[in-house]
Design a protein. Structure first.
Length: 163
């Protein structure tokens, strides 16, 4: 977004530095998460305790996810934190469109990573987006070859990419 506002090609910026230190035109910039703003009406209507009861541990509330690729029921879903990736892929997504087992998925948009089926049991938001150290995985594809650019996208991939 910041790249586009500066008149450049719209690409995700690598961090560090974070936008609060060096953002739009090199100046400190506050970038608000739209998910936070979208949650406010429900919290005001139902109360903070209701919202706090969604999710687990330090990951409270819900997260919107995009299901795309070789998945039966693609689209946007909003699930409470704590739901496993396997539940999202099979209960909401219906498994693979081809009927074959899902062997890996790409999570986290253009700067995300590929997760093998052995990691589909992840349950927390922080676990979903950052379940491992990148240096422990062998590369599967470059960021430019990844098909989905949504910040919290889950795309099914036919190849196994793991440690």
């Amino acid at each position: 977004m910041l790249e586009s506002l500066e008149g450049k090609r719209g690409q995700v910026r690598y961090k560090p530095p974070v936008p609060a230190m060096k953002g739009l035109f090199g100046m400190p910039t506050v970038v608000n998460n739209v998910v936070t703003f979208v949650s406010v009406p429900a919290i005001l209507a139902r109360g903070g305790r209701w919202y706090r009861d969604l999710g687990v541990g330090r990951s409270r509330g819900t997260i919107p996810l995009q299901l795309a690729g070789n998945i039966k029921r693609g689209g946007l879903v909003e699930v409470p934190f704590g739901m496993s990736l396997r539940e999202v892929l099979y209960d909401f997504g219906g498994g693979s469109r081809s009927g074959r087992p899902l062997r890996a998925v790409q999570v986290g948009g253009p700067l995300g990573a590929y997760l093998p089926a052995s990691q589909f049991a992840l349950v927390s938001y922080s676990g979903l987006l950052h379940p491992f150290r990148l240096d422990t995985l062998r590369p599967c594809a470059t960021a430019t070859s990844r098909a989905n650019a949504s910040a919290s996208s889950i795309s099914s991939m036919p190849a196994y990419c793991g440690r």
